[in-house]
Design a protein around this ligand. Structure first.
Ligand SMILES: [Zn+2]
Length: 294
């Protein structure tokens, strides 16, 4: 699906009302015009408040949000669409509190919207394999520091960080939270995300020893002060992640740690696409299956 590059101003003009948003979803669902799934009739009239198109033939109500992450939402579509533009355009992400204030919705509702986006982002990028040359390392983010206690200082579960090395720049990035840094965890991560028989650089952590079973493993025992020279791109990614976490919700609870990682690496992997980002996220929301949350 083509992603249109749009400025904030153009986005507001494109989606000025719930009706315009519903119309966009309808055009995506029926690119050749409305077709009733019950009787095949080709006419319906939008009921904007409920995002419904009741069929003019059989009166069957067809929802334009069905099959998308907007499914069954009580939040007006315009708020969803505007928020998609805000969170995509702001490099630092957006906090739950700020989103709730911008949209005049409750904190739990804003939190649920953000959780849905982050889950969808993780699902999208979990489809990609890292290939050619890449670096792999483990990292801990957070922890108690002098003068920095409380929520923001909470120790998070360790993460695996894998980043393609494209020479002058970082390529695709993957991050995954694990309960422990052990061989079974890294084997599972590598099996799902790292293309076999390609080259991986590591710091020779014992848990990584058996990567050579499936990959061309280049380990090097590295003093901490030299780690960023041997594995430069994973260290750039980790430094950026720390800034991102501080800038969004000023510390993240363990329960949603992977969700924040999803959002971070989704953004990182699209950092050169600038004005296309809102359209790309909107496409993801439309293409992704509904996400029921407990
Ligand atoms: Zn019908």
């Amino acid at each position: 699906m083509k992603a249109e590059a749009m400025s904030f101003f153009e986005w507001q003009i494109r989606f000025p009302s719930d009706e315009a948003c519903a119309q966009f979803l309808a055009e995506r669902r029926w690119p050749n015009g409305f077709i009733c799934p019950q009787c095949g009739h080709d006419k319906a009239h939008l009921i904007t408040l409920r995002s419904l198109y009741p069929c003019a033939g059989c009166r069957h109500p067809v929802s334009v949000t069905a099959g998308t992450i907007f499914h069954s939402t009580k939040v007006p579509l315009r708020k969803w669409f505007w928020a998609i533009d805000w969170i995509s355009s702001d490099k630092g992400g957006i906090s739950t509190l700020r989103l709730s204030k911008l949209l005049a919705i409750s904190w739990p509702t804003a939190h649920r919207m953000l959780r849905k986006w982050r889950l969808a982002m993780g699902h999208r990028d979990s489809l990609y394999w890292l290939s050619e040359w890449w670096e792999l390392d483990d990292a801990l983010v957070g922890g108690q520091r002098a003068g920095k206690r409380g929520r923001g200082a909470e120790r998070k579960p360790p993460i695996w960080v894998a980043c393609e090395d494209r020479g002058e720049r970082a390529g695709f990035l993957a991050m995954e939270a694990v309960s422990q840094v052990t061989h079974p965890h890294v084997a599972d991560f590598a099996q799902r995300r790292l293309r076999p028989q390609h080259t991986v650089f590591t710091d020779a952590l014992p848990a990584l020893g058996r990567l050579q079973d499936c990959h061309i493993h280049c380990p090097r025992v590295t003093p901490p002060e030299q780690a960023s020279q041997w594995l430069p791109w994973v260290h750039v990614a980790i430094a950026n992640l720390k800034r991102f976490i501080l800038g969004t919700d000023h510390g993240v609870s363990k329960a949603y740690w992977q969700a924040y990682l999803n959002e971070f690496y989704y953004r990182f992997n699209r950092r050169f696409w600038g004005p296309q980002l809102p359209s790309r996220l909107l496409n993801l929301c439309v293409d992704h299956a509904p996400i029921p949350l407990s």
